[in-house]
Design a protein around this ligand. Structure first.
Ligand SMILES: [Zn+2]
Length: 200
C-alpha cells in the first residue's frame, strides 16, 4: 500500500511506498526527508497511552492541593477545584481547566486506544478515520496544558493566606502530560493512515 505526500521543501507531490521500520523516504527532486518510519510505533504508543490512563486516574482521585492554615488542613481534588472555580464566579476558567485537564486528555487517550488496539490486531474499528482526525485536532490543544500548569503554579505562589501543599495528583498530572507527549511522539500518523486506508 502506498500513499501520497507533498515535499515540505519543494512541494513536489510523490507516492511513498510502504516502508519497513526505521526506513526513510527522500524527495526525488531535492532529497529532503519526506517521511521516516518510527520503530515499533503502535506498541510504544499503546504502552504510553496505558501509562497515561493510570496517571489520569491518579490525577483525578488523589488530592490535588492541600491548604493549611492554623492547624486546619483542607484537601482539594481536581474536580472540587473545578467546581469551586465555577462557584466563585469564574465559569470560563472553570470550563478551561475542565477541558484541558480532564476532557481533552481523556478524549485523546480513549481515541488513541479505540484506533490503535484494533489496528494492532489488523482490524479497523468503525469510524476510525474520523476518530483519528479528532485526536490530531485535540493534540493542537496540547500546549494549553502547559499554559494551565503555569497558571496553577502562579496561583500557588499568589495564595499567601494559607500554606499550600502540592498533592500527589499534581505530580500525577505532570506525569500524565509527559505520558501523552511520549505517546504522541511515538505515534506514526502516516503509518496509521496507511493501515486505515488498507482496511477500510
Ligand atoms: Zn523536495
Amino acid at each position: 500500500m502506498s500513499s501520497r505526500i507533498a515535499c515540505h521543501e519543494c512541494d513536489l507531490l510523490q507516492i511513498i511506498p510502504a516502508l519497513p521500520e526505521k526506513a526513510s523516504a527522500r524527495c526525488v527532486r531535492c532529497g529532503a526527508v519526506l517521511y521516516r518510519r518510527k520503530p515499533n510505533s503502535i506498541n510504544r504508543t499503546l504502552a504510553w497511552t496505558f501509562t497515561g490512563l493510570i496517571f489520569f486516574v491518579l490525577a483525578n482521585c488523589l488530592p490535588f492541593l492541600a491548604m493549611k492554615s492554623g492547624g486546619f488542613v483542607q484537601e482539594t481534588k481536581l474536580v472540587t477545584g473545578i467546581i469551586q472555580l465555577f462557584k466563585q464566579g469564574l465559569p470560563g476558567v472553570s470550563a478551561l481547566v475542565m477541558l484541558t485537564c480532564v476532557i481533552f486528555p481523556l478524549l485523546d487517550m480513549a481515541g488513541t486506544l479505540y484506533v490503535l488496539l484494533p489496528l494492532k490486531l489488523n482490524r479497523a474499528p468503525r469510524g476510525a478515520p474520523r476518530v483519528f482526525r479528532l485526536i490530531q485536532h485535540i493534540r493542537l490543544w496540547g500546549m494549553v496544558e502547559i499554559f494551565m500548569l503555569g497558571i496553577l503554579v502562579a496561583l500557588v505562589k499568589l495564595a499567601k493566606m494559607a500554606e499550600i501543599i502540592p498533592g500527589l495528583a499534581l505530580y500525577s498530572f505532570i506525569a500524565l502530560m509527559f505520558a501523552i507527549a511520549a505517546a504522541a511522539n511515538n505515534l506514526d500518523s502516516h503509518l496509521i493512515w496507511e493501515k486505515l486506508g488498507r482496511k477500510i
